[in-house]
Design a protein around this ligand. Sequence first.
Ligand code: NAP
Length: 485
Amino acid sequence: MRSVRIAIIGAGFSGLGMAIRLKQAGIDDFVLLERADDIGGTWRDNSYPGCAVDVQSQLYSFSFAPNPDWSQVYAPNTEIWDYIKRVAAEHDVDRHVLLNTELQGGTWDDTAARWRLETSNGAIDARYVVSAMGPLSNPALPDIPGLDNFTGTVFHSARWDHDHDLTGKQVGVIGTGSSAAQFVPEIQPSVAQLTVFQRTPHWTFPRMNRRITALERAAYRRFPVLQRLVRARQYYYRELIGTLLQKPRALEAIARLRMRAQVRDPQLRAKLTPDYRIGCKRVIVTDDFHPALTRANVEVVTEKILEVTPSGVRTADGAEHQLNTLILGTGFEVMPIADPLRGRGGDTLTERWQHGRSAYLGTTVAGFPNYFMLVGPNTGTGHTSVLLYAEPQIDYIIDAVRHAERQGAAVEVRQEAQDAYNADVRARLADTVWLTGGCHSWYLNEPGGSSVLWPGHTGRFQRALARFDHENYTLRNARTQNTAS
Ligand code: NAP
């Protein structure tokens, strides 16, 4: 059995960030378990045409590893994946990664104060576990009758079939979310006919991407403070947008005007205009999605899909749309509780969270000593970079590890601290546009609520995690198993 101080589950952006910060803190005794055959998480898996980040790259990168070489304001997926791999290599994190190693189970041994993990490559024993599995890592396949009987080619946007040439094909796309909005404009010019099946229209917001000039990049390299200033400007711009999304009328007016300019056909515009408040669902940052839908070879179908037939899709109006290829832009399972660990009481998170997910600061869970989550419950954001939430979590975890080791004990959040924190989050969520805006969205993943999003400014979250608040934790002594404050 391999024995380590810390096991990180998942070698995507946040897991690698954890690993790098551990290195910087002088902690070298850790492994990253990665179920796939390479690192990079979502930026390894999503390779569809046009795939790019929808938050400015200066903000969507580690604050401790700025990249002066981003080629565009919104970098494409390949560049982001390269960045992740380069930064991991530069910090000597690669050698800690165990590829093709899936966490299959694990229990907390309260006597030894250690996690006993089972993986597809054998047992691992760890004092601390950091779960960094990613909130949107498993593709969601739609539950549409007949999907298995389709005789053409079908694939999900996150598993793009690059061997399948779309040129001259009759292509159907199910879904009009952030992913479809990026690949539809890319594939539209080459396909013969594109049928886009839209269940709900989405609000869009200007992207205004542009190349970053060689001069800018040279300036960022020479004067890193300039890049920090750009990042700070983007941070505050996005916080402003986040605030405006909670008072959406002004942004809706802008979005309507833009739609009028981009989509001249009133019938198509009516189809594409949402009947819920902007911000209720994730706003799509795009300049070319709606224009692509106006092209002659594109049809937007809003009739309900009844079934997939061997040769196409049948909708509620009786029409059968003939297709060679069906692309599922149907999103992801939201924050799947893929974590099979059993806590101190022997229950898994799935069992514990039957009636809703609850964690403290989205990071720790009562009953799970020395266990930490990155991008856990209510750490999602609809307006800015998720890394702005993951980074304070990472530093908080390192503080927690240091505290635990100073005390010679395991740390476990107090149930009452977790309950009070969650009551506050629920109360603050209640009058947000996500709950009151009149839409159904993947944000609303709990009966009557959300355990996805953080209600408030990013700074508030960052301040809450600025230091490890040991007073809200119980120490579990490894030698005596007693609990002490
Ligand atoms: P998504 O936003 O969840 O969109 C899924 C789409 O599929 C929606 O239009 C949904 O309709 C539709 N759909 C799902 N099941 C369906 C069914 N059974 N029948 C008909 N339509 C169905 O997924 P996504 O576009 O992959 O994006 C997911 C998230 O990933 C984004 O919100 C964003 O956070 C992230 N993302 C980020 C980037 C980026 O940074 N560049 C790019 C892509 C994605 P409804 O709206 O009616 O549910």
